[in-house]
Design a protein around this ligand. Sequence first.
Ligand code: NDP
Length: 331
Amino acid sequence: AKNPLRVLVTGAAGQIGYALVPMIARGIMLGPDQPVILHMLDIEPAAEALNGVKMELIDAAFPLLKGIVATTDVVEACKDVNIAVMVGGFPRKEGMERKDVMSKNVSIYKAQASALEKHAAPNCKVLVVANPANTNALILKEFAPSIPAKNITCLTRLDHNRAMGQISERLKVHVSDVKNVIIWGNHSSTQYPDVNHATVTTSKGEKPVREAVADDNWLNTEFITTVQQRGAAIIKARKLSSALSAASSACDHIRDWVLGTPKGTWVSMGVYSDGSYGIPEGLIYSFPVTCEKGEWSIVKGLKVDEFSRAKMDATAEELAEEKTLAYSCLN
Ligand code: NDP
């Protein structure tokens, strides 16, 4: 039998955390033969709720769940973890300036970076979900210099899955027949969902999505804004932000990273830019990646047209601004 892996979830008493921990305990993140020990961190005001989540995990009697650490102590939470899913963050409240939210989160991520650096298992893989996800991940990277940059990522898989969902609805095909959409850039409304390399499997074989949809106007306007604004649409409908889909795509992200992407398929991940596609180094930017043996690599050589170029640059610019703002909060 495999040794258990320790998986940290921060903000574990929150609504994404509540959806995520049972998925991890069921083997959806790391596979049905991989035992796990869950490390759940939350802040003092959420300690009682966190204990309630722990009680429910015990009651669910998950065969793969070999232990539970539920704590408000960041050092205890980070001890020996192999995977860290960072969901905890300060929510943007009414009347708060962007800078105020940034300032709160940057200090949280700076502190957690130090704890992970000192106490996590070597080669720990980190996924940041809490917003501003790319910039929180960048701060985490900067303040955990001994963790390899390639181990620190942020979640854009939800956006990726949303883009596949919209294409599948439009074409009335199953979502598993759509592949190779791309989310470029920031997990924000400037993200660029790109279908120029996406394909759909039909009874007559694989076809470019652009050809199958045969409506460039829809693909260049409504499709993009629907994906960009999907989070807001969920809030409007549910009066709460998306949680089950965020949790599910966090599992997709880690599973594909650790176990690999299927041959011929790529996914979107926010990763430290190496300058690919002319995106400045020093940003955490969402790229198309394939994964093998626990390592991602950026898909190279895709053709980028003028329309895409402008959108990819605009979202990079927003990230550069966020980075400046984040640093100004730290000084
Ligand atoms: P959620 O569980 O709904 O969301 C958690 C974070 O994920 C938020 O920052 C949210 O950003 C972000 N997020 C990223 N992508 C998505 C998405 N697609 N849909 C929804 N959210 C997304 O928040 P809760 O308030 O329920 O839970 C947060 C938990 O974090 C609480 O338990 C709280 O106690 C804890 N917390 C921890 C802190 C710390 O570690 N120091 C500080 C503050 C809170 P957005 O706000 O933009 O929706």
